[in-house]
Design a protein around this ligand. Structure first.
Ligand code: ZN
Length: 399
């Protein structure tokens, strides 16, 4: 595992030291301040074969996402077995692959970012972490905090799936339900963190959740034989996974582990009831505007403004991809279709991404020969209330 060389601002490119906990860029003149990227000296690894570098270290329990220890910070992992999730080929579309992030501990992709954020929190000696969450990040933080002996303070909208409240409570986190959306939760964390001594692990307000999520980019490339797919479909709330994968592609090319110049087109999928990135993309804007009254049953997509919207929009445009909004009706039709036809119980967010794939295949915008990876960011089992509604199960049928 390499030492971190420095942290780099994603806006002004200032370099910050990494031997103390950092939040956002302290050098940015324009606000909001830029999110920070973790940078290493990758030169010693350049030109190596990933086959010699990637994988479990002898005598170390560093499997799962920690197989990429060569490009992760030098710290003892707090792990519950996250990462190296299945890449499933569709039964019906020969070139469609489902990246099944529901197989992670706590049932969602949030495990990757929070495993690394908590690993580094323990490394720095932090004792109390706080998070605003649309649901799944709460469960993940609660689990990893418990596994590392750190306190977790969680703020979630009252209407998150019951599973998120139950798991966070079971893990022993301090859970507060808020009448509002995730940005209201973020405001409360921001107002109270100083007095309470909390370190804020909000999306992109510390550098290590992106760093954990970048392992999705390494994994999808390794699982496709160290080649890029033609496109990646990613359900986008905060968009950290998309940002992390884009960073992974930079690193993979720097390392010489994949050929540059053929990056996948990145597709950000949102709900028609909360589509700030889609609106900004279509308007040619560099940043998104706050979406008023977000409404979608895909709770992970109820993010009215992503902190890293400027990075997401850049990546979509640089890759030749786009942002797509799908309705809840399309989402749940896709969810039912994948359960009944493929034996895969998608989360509503994953189903939204799959609905976008189906739409673009039907319209001819995507060719059946295009090799596409669609992310299912969580297990459908965490969303049984909204899925029961979508299936039309009566009260009697639910018990
Ligand atoms: Zn900056």
């Amino acid at each position: 595992m390499p030492a971190i060389a420095y942290l780099e601002c994603s806006r002004c490119h200032a370099r910050l030291r990494a031997d103390v906990p950092q939040t956002l860029c302290t050098a940015c003149i324009d606000q909001p301040a830029g999110a920070l990227y973790v940078r290493y000296d990758l030169n010693p690894l350049a030109g190596t074969s990933p086959l010699d570098v990637v994988g479990a270290r002898q005598g170390e329990p560093w499997s799962g996402m920690w197989r990429y220890h060569a490009v992760l910070p030098d710290a003892i992992p707090v792990t519950l077995g996250e990462g190296w999730t299945p890449m499933l080929r569709s039964r019906r579309y020969a070139n469609l692959f489902l990246k099944e992030e529901g197989a992670n501990p706590t049932g969602s992709f949030k495990a990757r970012g929070l495993a690394l954020a908590v690993t580094m929190a323990r490394h720095y000696g932090l004792k109390k972490l706080a998070i605003p969450s649309a649901g799944n990040a709460a469960g993940a933080l609660a689990a990893y905090a418990t596994a590392s002996g750190i306190e977790a303070h969680i703020f979630m909208p009252r209407d998150v799936p019951l599973a998120n409240i139950v798991e966070a409570t079971a893990y022993g986190a301090k859970v507060t339900l808020v009448d509002g959306v995730i940005s209201d939760c973020a405001r409360i964390v921001g107002e109270r963190k100083q007095a309470e001594g909390w370190f804020d692990v909000s999306t992109l307000k510390e550098p290590f959740r992106v760093e954990g999520k970048k392992t999705m980019g390494y994994e999808l490339v390794e699982q496709l034989g160290w080649e890029y797919p033609d496109a990646v479909f990613y359900p986008t709330g905060g968009g950290v996974g998309l940002i992390g994968m884009w960073k992974a592609f930079d690193e993979l090319e720097q390392l010489g582990w994949v050929k540059p110049g053929r990056r996948p087109r990145m597709y950000a999928i949102q709900s028609t009831g909360c589509a700030p990135v889609v609106r900004a993309f279509n308007e040619g804007a560099a940043v998104s505007q706050m979406w008023t009254s977000p409404q979608t049953a895909a709770s992970g997509l109820r993010v009215p403004k992503a902190y890293g919207d400027y990075i997401i929009l850049d990546a979509l445009r640089a890759s030749g991809g786009k942002a797509v909004a799908v309705s809840d009706e399309e989402t749940f039709a896709s969810l039912k279709d994948w359960a009944a036809e493929e034996g895969v119980f998608l989360s509503p967010e994953g189903a939204a991404a799959m609905a976008a794939y189906a739409r673009l295949i039907a319209s001819g915008e995507l060719k059946p020969s295009d090799r596409i990876v669609v992310f299912n960011t969580g297990s459908g089992l965490k969303y049984t209330e909204v899925i029961a509604d979508a299936l039309g199960l009566s009260a009697a049928e639910r018990r």
